[in-house]
Design a protein around this ligand. Structure first.
Ligand code: NAD
Ligand code: UD1
Length: 336
């Protein structure tokens, strides 16, 4: 059976997608340079899938390595997760972000083309909607970017669109993720941020685990129900399933497809704190701080297109997201 090349497959979303792919009957081969993951994720993936997954430890910008992977495996297409993703860090080391995110995409596309493999699913982000406040965000909402990370996602979207225009044999799915949280039910895989987490739920988990004294809530003077920022949190396993559906959709519709992957529901920071406390039975103390520069008040998806065209429904609710997130985190921090 031909395999799907999963770049960044040992990372947070990639690893969950590998599990969903095997459950749907696909096989994968992974490339990951471990810049933001650990090799033990591979053992967990083998345990969960009961398959001897082939994984190349190396850089997706390394065309020779990519050529070797294509030579040693029959590849039907790629899901491209590999990239750097921390917004704050991208403003301090922008060249690394442009080099890694755009460089890895170009190397991958070149080697795919050499091998006449023209099917790719790309990890984009709601960040490409920039500062748009036109909620719910539709795929047709105007695009923009406010930081180097966001610009890499936007540029790559344009690169893929130009590629498709130049050769419409390419089959491309651009998936714009909203806020992935949670972890696989087994508690074996999940997000392991390096250093201080920037994102809300990983930070809350460290507060609940007693690693940090309190959550800093960035602003309570937004025009929202309780004044705190509202986002569209989506369970990572639902998000992962969206990739399986995108692959199936490309079987049916050959072209360039763009989908929001979100739930369509917005929760405030304080809603999330409450749900986490309920799920973990732990206290999450918080203090209100000034707004975080660059944050917008409200961001949530219109997920209608993904639902109508490929049957995508993110069915896991906020309580399940928090329960699953905590199950994985507490294994890391508490049950040592
Ligand atoms: P992650 O950091 O957990 O996973 C990325 C993986 O790619 C890591 O395992 C890392 O080691 C690997 N990697 C990075 N650069 C590489 C390179 N040059 N060669 C080989 N491997 C490389 O991140 P994630 O949360 O799983 O995100 C996956 C993708 O989804 C990223 O492209 C990210 O920008 C995008 N995305 C993530 C979010 C989110 O909130 N997590 C939201 C929107 C979009
Ligand atoms: C961030 C990224 C965005 C990325 C998205 C999903 C920024 C500016 N944007 O968006 O590009 O696509 O993650 O990974 O980083 N909050 C707190 N205290 C905290 C952390 C967060 O109050 O310690 C609040 C934020 O102000 C926001 C909400 O929680 O209202 C969610 O924040 P976060 O998890 O960082 O995600 P986004 O801001 O949506």
């Amino acid at each position: 059976m031909k395999k799907i090349l999963v770049t960044g497959g040992l990372g947070y979303i990639g690893s969950h997608t590998v599990v969903e792919l095997y459950e749907a009957g696909y096989e994968t081969v992974i490339i990951d340079n471990l810049v933001n993951s650990r090799i033990d994720a591979l053992d967990k993936l083998k345990e969960l899938t009961k398959k001897d997954i082939t994984c190349y430890i190396g850089d997706c910008r390394d065309k020779e390595l990519l050529r070797k992977i294509f030579k040693e495996n029959e590849i039907s297409g790629a899901i491209h997760f590999a990239g750097l993703k921390a917004v704050g860090e991208s403003t301090t080391i922008p060249i690394d972000y442009y080099d890694n995110n755009i460089g890895s995409t170009i190397a991958l596309l070149e080697v795919m083309k050499e091998n006449n493999v023209k099917r790719i699913v790309f990890s984009s982000s709601a960040t490409v909607y920039g500062t748009s406040q036109e909620v719910p965000l539709k795929e047709t909402t105007s695009l923009g970017a406010t930081n180097p990370y966001g610009r890499t996602k936007l540029f790559i979207e344009y690169i893929l669109k130009d590629l498709y225009k130049s050769d419409n044999e390419w089959e491309i799915a651009i998936l714009r993720y909203f806020n992935p949280v949670g972890a696989h039910k087994s508690g074996l895989i999940g997000e392991r941020p390096n250093g201080t987490p920037n994102n809300l739920v990983p930070y809350i988990a460290e507060v609940a685990a007693g690693i940090r004294p309190f959550l800093r809530v960035w602003g309570n003077d937004y025009d929202t129900k309780d004044g705190t920022g509202v986002r569209d949190y989506i369970h990572v396993s639902d998000l992962a399933n969206g990739h399986v559906l995108a692959i199936k959709q490309l079987d049916k519709v050959h072209g360039l497809l763009i989908y929001n992957l979100g739930t369509g529901i917005g929760y405030s920071v304080l809603d999330v704190v409450k749900a986490f406390e309920k799920a973990s039975n732990m206290k999450v103390p918080y203090k209100i701080f000034d707004r975080r520069p660059g944050d917008i008040a409200v961001c949530y998806a219109d997920p209608t297109k993904a639902k109508e065209e490929m049957g995508f429904v993110a069915s896991r609710g906020i309580d399940e997201m928090m329960e699953d997130h905590w199950r994985f985190q507490k294994n890391l921090y508490i049950k040592k």
